[in-house]
Design a protein around this ligand. Structure first.
Ligand SMILES: Cc1cc2nc3c(=O)[nH]c(=O)nc-3n(C[C@H](O)[C@H](O)[C@H](O)COP(=O)(O)OP(=O)(O)OC[C@H]3O[C@@H](n4cnc5c(N)ncnc54)[C@H](O)[C@@H]3O)c2cc1C
Length: 525
């Protein structure tokens, strides 16, 4: 009730402060005083968030935006186990995507000037797991339905409010499924119609233009060989003409649209997550990286319910010293590590590899779900060349506004989830090389194998949390809220999750959407 009063007053004040017409300074002062009173009467909360992935960071952000939050009344601490950005990346990978972020890469010709906010080294470790190594797609056609629409809208609002286009690469985009047959790199490939195109004497308009000293449509266009032929092949398949970075004539067999800018968007997940952390910190959240929670502690059981009292954590580099943080509300957002603290929450995990490549020019805004047939003889650096028969692989490829492209491969169970944090995630370089070769087989511009036009900037691995999402109070543990297990839509669904968590903590219930099947009470009896 008090919170509701505070919220109403807060909105009243905002309206009054932004209206230059009717508001009198007297009524504004009175409303502000009433709001202060409501806030000072709210019992102070000691809120601890465990996990600095996208879920923990958006929860921190939305707590600070809640109408009844006041940094002088409530204390919020976010504890992240890792303190490095290099976990789950090979030594030669870039670790600072902010150096690439650039909403208009064509104009800057891939300069390393950062358009995003400068990296805060004190936040290294934030987004060190899947939240920094995901594709970053958001869509109204994602799941679960009860939070998707809210989250998609919140992504848009966050981008508008905080300059997300520049700061974390927010943009609307297309999504499609493509069926392809890979070219064997370096071989005299027949195209899918059986016609070899190597050594062709047919010259395209682009080649004519190149000979004449350049192209009419910008400095990069001529880099894409047989662009006109590919465009024709693509439109014959019903594909969009601006998807001009696939080798449509040689590799593409089919295209089917899945999403358009009306219902599909993307962010750079690491930049988004770090921005959420920064914005939360700017509004009073204390962020401690290199702080691994070892236990959630409760006061003596009262019947079948116990009350959270504190959390215990250890710091990187300190031997066995344990720190205790008094806690009234504990948000467990430890992604795949969540069951280590809450064994009753059935989050599982699988490792997944991905790469980031820099093609020779910015690519049109498509996220592609591929199905690529690799012919016999196709080199697979990880698993060895396909000597016997063809196989099909399904890497996902996301063009990004910073001039890079991201591609991820299948999940595996070869390496169990590391004991402590994202810092210990091991990368199987060969799996990354396989992804690089597969996408090179369908696009010269994505070819980062050394024979093509792209450069591989990062080889990385992380753990996909599965089984949920679980969002809500944990039964029989008063003050403990879980937000974990977000599957392949955690980037898309993070803002809604963060907002719902903030409402559960500060209003006592989720208000912006139904918890529905996400409610942990459905799995914990
Ligand atoms: C290859 C791949 C591609 C993906 N693409 C997309 C996509 O395009 N769109 C989309 O919506 N989703 C995508 N996802 C899913 C998305 O990445 C995840 O759902 C999301 O990142 C999960 O976020 P999280 O915060 O729950 O977990 P995490 O990112 O794993 O963060 C959990 C954090 O908790 C910390 N932690 C763990 N234990 C402790 C402890 N005891 N104390 C303190 N800290 C602790 C960890 O160090 C970690 O930093 C993708 C996932 C993968 C693997």
């Amino acid at each position: 009730m008090r919170n509701r009063l505070a919220r109403i007053l807060h909105h009243t004040i905002r309206r009054q402060l932004t209206t230059t017409t009717a508001a009198t300074s007297h009524s504004t002062t009175a409303a502000a005083a009433a709001l202060n009173m409501a806030q000072t009467q709210a019992p102070p909360k000691e809120i601890t968030i465990i996990g600095g992935g996208i879920i923990g960071c958006t929860a921190a952000y939305y707590l600070t935006r809640h109408p009844s939050y006041s940094p002088s009344t409530h204390r919020i601490t976010l504890l992240e186990a890792s303190s490095t950005s290099s976990g789950g990346r090979t030594a030669d990978s870039i670790t600072d995507p902010a150096t690439l972020a650039d909403p208009d890469p064509a104009s800057k010709q891939h300069s390393s000037a950062a358009a995003a906010a400068p990296r805060n080294p004190a936040h290294d470790g934030i987004a060190g797991g899947a939240s920094g190594k995901a594709g970053g797609l958001g869509a109204l056609w994602a799941f679960p339905k009860n939070i998707v629409r809210l989250s998609f809208r919140l992504h848009e609002e966050l981008a508008r409010e905080h300059g997300g286009e520049t700061r974390w690469g927010y943009r609307r985009c297309h999504a499609g499924q493509v069926e392809c047959r890979a070219r064997v790199p370096g071989a005299n490939n027949k195209n899918k119609n059986g016609n070899g195109n190597e050594g062709s004497t047919v010259e395209t308009e682009e080649e004519d233009e190149e000979k004449a000293g350049g192209t009419s449509a910008g400095s990069c266009k001529g880099l894409h060989k047989d662009h006109k032929k590919d465009t024709k092949a693509l439109s014959a398949l019903g594909g969009p003409s601006d998807l001009d970075w696939l080798d449509a004539q040689d590799a593409l067999l089919g295209y089917e649209g899945m999403g358009s800018p009306e219902d599909t968007a993307q962010v750079h997940p690491e930049l988004f997550t770090r921005s959420m952390a920064q914005l939360a910190e700017d509004d009073g959240v204390r962020i401690i990286t290199g702080a691994r929670v070892t236990s959630i502690n409760f006061s003596a059981d009262k019947g079948d319910e116990k009350n959270v009292e504190s959390v215990t954590y250890v710091r990187d580099g300190e031997s066995e010293e344990q720190h205790t943080l008094p806690t009234t509300d504990c948000i467990v957002a430890a992604g795949p590590w969540t069951p280590r603290l809450l064994p009753q929450i059935p989050v599982t995990s699988s490792r997944a590899h991905s790469i980031v490549v820099r093609p020779p020019r910015p690519l049109s805004a498509y996220a592609l779900f591929t199905s690529i047939t690799l012919p016999r003889g196709f080199p697979q650096p990880g698993t060895g060349p396909l000597t016997r028969h063809a196989t099909t692989v399904e890497p996902e490829i996301y063009a990004r506004p910073d001039g890079t492209a991201y591609a991820c491969g299948p999940t595996d169970q070869d390496e169990p989830l590391p004991a402590t944090s994202t810092a210990e995630v091991r990368v199987d370089e060969a799996r990354c090389d396989d992804i690089a070769t597969q996408i090179a087989g369908i696009s010269e511009e994505l070819d980062g194998t050394g024979q093509g036009q792209a450069e591989v900037l990062a080889r990385q691995a992380c753990y996909l949390p599965q089984g949920g999402p679980f969002i809500g109070p944990v039964p029989h543990m008063k003050g403990v809220i879980v937000a974990a297990g977000h599957t392949c839509w955690g980037i898309q669904n993070a803002p809604a999750t963060g907002k719902l968590v903030s409402e559960i903590v500060l209003d006592g219930e989720a208000r912006s959407a139904r918890l529905g099947a996400c409610d942990p009470a459905r799995v914990v009896r």
